[in-house]
Write a protein that binds this ligand. Structure first.
Ligand SMILES: CC(C)(COP(=O)(O)OP(=O)(O)OC[C@H]1O[C@@H](n2cnc3c(N)ncnc32)[C@H](O)[C@@H]1OP(=O)(O)O)[C@@H](O)C(=O)NCCC(=O)NCCS
Length: 207
């Protein structure tokens, strides 16, 4: 399939807040989970889940102190796991449930925020949890009145389904590369840049 890659500044003109495909949240997921803002208690599992994929070169490593320093950016999905599922940490969470997924929204200024640190527990993949978390981060951006969200990703097809469109990486503002210097693939980047412009409601005008 041929994909059209466009200039980042054209994205909002070409795709005014494209409707994402219905996530399993709307369709009804078969995993009982709830999404909430992350807290310090979630950090050990978040670090373990992100490290699981970082060891496979699918994400950047994030240390526990790094995660804690930006804890207010992350949402977590929590719930139960099958009995034979991978246990990320030995110590149980105080709530007695398990981390099923995590996703962060990092504002970078210029009306832009990055959807980053997305990881779903491998034993509950393909159940709509990733979609639910990305949609929740997009809603958060909308609440913060941030006009565009973007991501740098190895799974563009997943983000296309969430209403993101591929853009030419070279046309993104330099600010978006703030983390790339610590990426082992810096010189040989294989990630796809994607943007989703948000159709923000105008502020009500004073009468
Ligand atoms: C990629 C990932 C986030 C997807 O989350 P998920 O909860 O498994 O995905 P969902 O069930 O919400 O999938 C939604 C849709 O995206 C598709 N999709 C999911 N993972 C995909 C992938 N790797 N490639 C292409 N499409 C994918 C699904 O088939 C589904 O399509 P459908 O609605 O037509 O059935 C998750 O599998 C993951 O954590 N992968 C490893 C870490 C990673 O790659 N993180 C992203 C870094 S940017």
């Amino acid at each position: 399939m041929t994909r059209t890659v466009i200039h980042a500044s054209d994205a909002s003109r070409l795709a005014p807040d494209r409707e994402p495909e219905p996530s399993d949240r709307e369709r009804g997921t078969d995993v009982a989970c709830h999404v909430r803002a992350a807290t310090a208690d979630d950090v050990p599992e978040m670090e373990a889940l992100i490290s699981h994929f970082a060891r496979q070169n699918r994400m950047l490593f994030r240390t526990a102190p790094d995660i804690l320093a930006s804890i207010d950016e992350f949402l977590v999905a929590r719930g139960s796991l099958p009995g034979d599922a991978l246990r990320l940490v030995e110590q149980p969470h105080p709530d007695g449930d398990f981390l099923l997924g995590v996703c962060g929204l990092h504002p970078v200024g210029l009306g832009l925020a990055e959807v980053r640190g997305l990881a779903i527990h491998p034993d509950v993949a393909a159940r709509g949890i990733g979609s639910t978390l990305v949609d929740a981060c997009v809603e958060r951006a909308r609440d913060l009145r941030i006009a565009k969200v973007y991501t740098l990703t190895l799974v563009p097809r997943f983000f296309e389904k969430r209403g993101f469109i591929q853009v030419d990486r070279g046309t993104l503002h330099l600010k978006v590369w703030y983390e790339c210097y610590r990426c082992p693939k810096f010189a040989n980047c294989d990630e796809t840049a994607m943007i989703r412009p948000l159709d923000l409601e105008p502020f009500p005008q004073p009468a």
